[in-house]
Write a protein that binds this ligand. Structure first.
Ligand SMILES: [Zn+2]
Length: 319
């Protein structure tokens, strides 16, 4: 099967190459309905490589589509099944192939536009479900990108009485307000610590989600969390950072790492159905988080926009 596929040749260097996909016995061939750009794809584009990875690379892990063919040893899927990608399957392509374990079935009745965002949605929702947020809590979300906006809505649904959105970009805070944030704080304009203490009688928040992925945001999280609070770590940080762990120990934080796809694949298979349920039930608003749509042939422009326009939340790519 011939397909166009995105190849990243080096920092800022993308090429849409023609590839012939040869299906192995234990693989599934998927016709792409939609893929999308993740924060981690932007890292590869910017040259912020994690250890042990080298260019050239074929990236793209978010996406969904229709099963076009299956190898003779595949029993999990049939031609015509709707699936979501949960691993690096090179989804920036007309077609992609992968092992069945890297896919999940699309939940019954879920629109393909939302289902194709299954991986980032399930990861963010798993974070919400595992965060320990309880009725009556005050919750802070650090970083109002795609995941942060889901966490904000999820924390509200779990019964948080006050949800505080934090970001250094006003556009993202404005969207957070629309998504239901009670308070928004821009730490580049006001003192975050003072603002949080003012909102929590000097105690700090019950739960903080770290979804910004910088040294500053991680350290800020540990200043605004209350004694014994839940520090929910979501971001993937590929570069070394310096952390002040004093309060992690002294105030006995409960630290939880929550990105679903970094748990075992078997755990992911168990969790995905539950993590996708709130989207299936229409409890979380996803459509406002889709900032732009590009054609696969315009993928270079899409990456440029994703990297240079700070107000962008999620860009989707259609073959
Ligand atoms: Zn992702």
């Amino acid at each position: 099967m011939k397909t166009r596929m995105l190849k990243i040749e080096g920092p800022g260097k993308l090429a849409l190459v023609e590839k012939d996909l040869i299906l192995e016995d234990d693989e599934v061939l998927v016709r792409t309905f939609q893929s999308s750009i993740c924060g981690t794809d932007k890292m590869y584009y910017r040259g912020e490589m994690p250890p042990n990875e080298k260019y050239p690379l074929f990236i793209g892990h978010e996406g969904g589509g229709v099963v076009e063919a299956v190898g003779s040893k595949v029993h999990e899927y049939q031609v015509g099944d709707l699936v979501m990608s949960f691993s690096r399957s090179c989804t920036f392509a007309d077609y992609f192939k992968t092992k069945p374990i890297n896919l999940q079935p699309v939940p019954e009745g879920l629109d393909m536009r939302i289902a194709s965002l299954g991986e980032p949605l399930a990861c963010a929702m798993h974070s919400v479900l595992e965060s320990g947020v309880q009725i009556g809590d005050t919750v802070a979300v650090m970083g109002m990108g795609f995941a942060g906006q889901i966490m904000l809505q999820g924390a509200r649904r779990k019964g948080a009485t006050k949800v505080i959105a934090i970001d250094i970009l006003d556009g993202k805070l404005k969207l957070a307000e629309k998504m239901g944030a009670d308070v928004t704080i821009n730490p580049s304009k006001e003192d975050l610590y003072q603002a949080i203490m003012g909102l929590t009688d000097g105690k700090g928040v019950d739960v903080v989600f770290e979804a910004a992925g910088t040294q500053e945001s991680l350290n800020a999280c540990s200043t605004i969390l209350k004694h014994n609070g839940h520090l929910v770590l979501y971001s993937w940080i590929t570069q070394p950072v310096t952390l002040n762990l004093h309060r992690w120990h002294q105030n006995s934080f409960k630290v939880i790492t929550t990105t679903l796809v970094h748990h075992t694949k078997y755990e992911r298979m168990v969790w995905t159905e539950k993590a996708m349920r709130p989207f299936q039930q229409g409890l979380i608003d996803v459509e406002p988080l889709i900032s732009a749509e590009f054609k696969l042939s315009d993928i270079t422009e899409a990456f440029e926009e994703a990297v240079n326009n700070d107000e962008i939340i999620k860009i989707i790519i259609k073959p």
